[in-house]
Design a protein around this ligand. Structure first.
Ligand code: XLS
Ligand code: NI
Ligand code: NI
Length: 433
């Protein structure tokens, strides 16, 4: 029985001029750009945790949302799944994502929690047979329960490492069974509060071995999806180990996993790390580890992870520009790791938030595709480095300091600075917004 979204019709594309509140202005799933349908470019996913599990609490107050599926038994979990799939259908979501803790009640023992998850996986599987919505990724919540307060893989207590390993095995099994296209590891408590009680060397070794075991198990069960790490610099711990894309890449190299694991990059986490979203995407692409995105919008003043729905078209455009330049998503997609504000109580608020977010992304991607097709920006970039295309410049990289020094004097090399043309390029980009 689904009633929560009753009276809300499936959202349709009506074009930029429409004044109806629940219509897509830019997201026309079947529109083809750069040889692909928009739906296949964007690969939208709805995040179960924010839209169906979060009660609206903040550090100063508790639940503000009253959802008919809130409760901690299996009946509530199934009602929640019914309502979730109703929303997926209303907005036409091709994918969803979940943590174990979002979809099943916690049992009295590990085994009971695992059985609850398995029962929900079967329930999802039956629903997915009648729905177009697939699983973009699954993940384990290794950060909410107090047992994980000092970390999961990096915990000083080996029993917690064991519990976390068993949990990830169960979640990988669940993801595999539902045909998930990726599996995400976000190190929510993998970090520390104070160095006074922390052994950095041990914790890194534990994290490296843990990740290697995840990769080993993935291959053992024949899971063909991508394993993704989601970087974040802080919150909940003061120092998170997976700080940003560059840090994660160093970690992967250290443990020889750079060809096995990619990254899931979140807008808000990039901002918290002092980067732009497009920087993180471009860096991951250049390192060959770009996987997927958690799309949201961080407040630029607050300093914490605000997880708002995206609505800034020019910013979103720059992110998709880097994604398109990198060849687009393969197993990844656009997961709305975004939540309502806690005063947005109505069912229609949840629908409108996704409609606006999907539209912002579609518009951003369309503008980015036009900019890429125009080619001026890429030509300007290529021109800036054109000197390096000369054979002599390439040969220099294979020579040495002494030979280069001799050539500088013999050829009388005196570099002539050239404009970086930043404002002209910014104006060019704005023509496409
Ligand atoms: C929290 C993270 C989390 C991950 C999944 O900040 O974004 O939601 O995406 O565990
Ligand atoms: Ni996220
Ligand atoms: Ni986040």
């Amino acid at each position: 029985m689904t009633t929560y979204f009753e009276g809300i019709a499936p959202v349709r594309y009506e074009g930029p001029e429409t004044t109806s509140e629940l219509a897509f202005r830019h997201y026309d799933p079947d529109r083809v750009v750069l040889g692909k349908r928009l739906e296949d470019h964007l690969r939208f996913a709805i995040a179960y945790w924010h839209s169906f599990a979060w009660p609206g609490n903040d550090p100063f107050g508790g639940q503000t949302f009253e959802r008919p599926w809130f409760g901690d038994d299996m009946a509530a979990a199934k009602r929640k799944a019914d309502e979730a799939f109703a929303l997926f259908e209303i907005v036409g979501a091709p994918f969803f994502c979940f943590h174990d803790a979002d979809v099943r009640p916690e049992g009295a023992t590990f085994a009971q929690s695992r059985r609850n998850l398995e029962e929900m996986v079967d329930y999802f599987a039956a629903k997915m047979e009648r729905s177009k919505t697939k699983l973009l990724w699954g993940t384990a919540n290794l950060f909410s329960h107090r047992r994980f307060m000092a970390g999961a893989a990096t915990n000083p207590d080996p029993d917690v490492f064991a519990y976390a390993a068993a949990t990830v095995k169960a979640c990988l099994d669940a993801t595999h069974k539902l045909g998930g296209q990726n599996y995400v590891l976000w190190g929510g408590r993998e970090g520390y509060e104070t160095l006074l009680n922390t052994d950095l060397s041990r914790e890194a070794e534990q994290a490296g071995r843990f990740l290697a075991m995840v990769v080993e198990y993935k291959h053992r069960i024949g899971f063909s999806g991508t394993i993704l790490i989601e970087p974040k610099p802080q919150e909940p711990t003061k120092h998170q180990y997976d700080f940003d894309v560059a840090t994660v890449y160093g970690f992967l190299r250290r443990f020889g996993l750079e060809n096995e694991v990619k990254v899931n990059i979140e807008q808000g986490h990039a901002i918290l790390a002092g980067h732009s979203f497009e920087h993180e995407i471009a860096l991951a692409a250049s390192l060959g580890i770009f996987g997927s995105i958690d799309m949201n919008r961080n407040d630029y003043q607050s300093g914490w992870d605000t997880d708002q729905f995206p609505n800034n078209h020019p910013e979103v455009m720059l992110a998709y520009y880097e994604i398109l330049r990198a060849g687009g998503f393969s197993t990844g997609g656009t997961n709305f790791d975004a939540k309502l504000r806690r005063q947005s109580l109505d069912p229609v608020d949840l629908v409108a938030a996704h409609v606006g977010g999907m539209d912002a992304c579609a518009r951003g991607l369309l503008c980015a595709a036009a900019l890429l097709e125009d080619g001026s920006l890429e030509r300007a970039r290529a021109e800036r480095y054109a000197g390096w295309d000369r054979p002599q410049a390439q040969a220099m990289l294979r020579s040495d300091l002494a030979a280069i020094a001799a050539r500088v004097e013999s050829e009388g090399i005196e570099p002539q600075p050239r404009s970086g043309r930043q404002e002209r390029l910014e104006n060019l980009v704005n023509r496409f917004v």
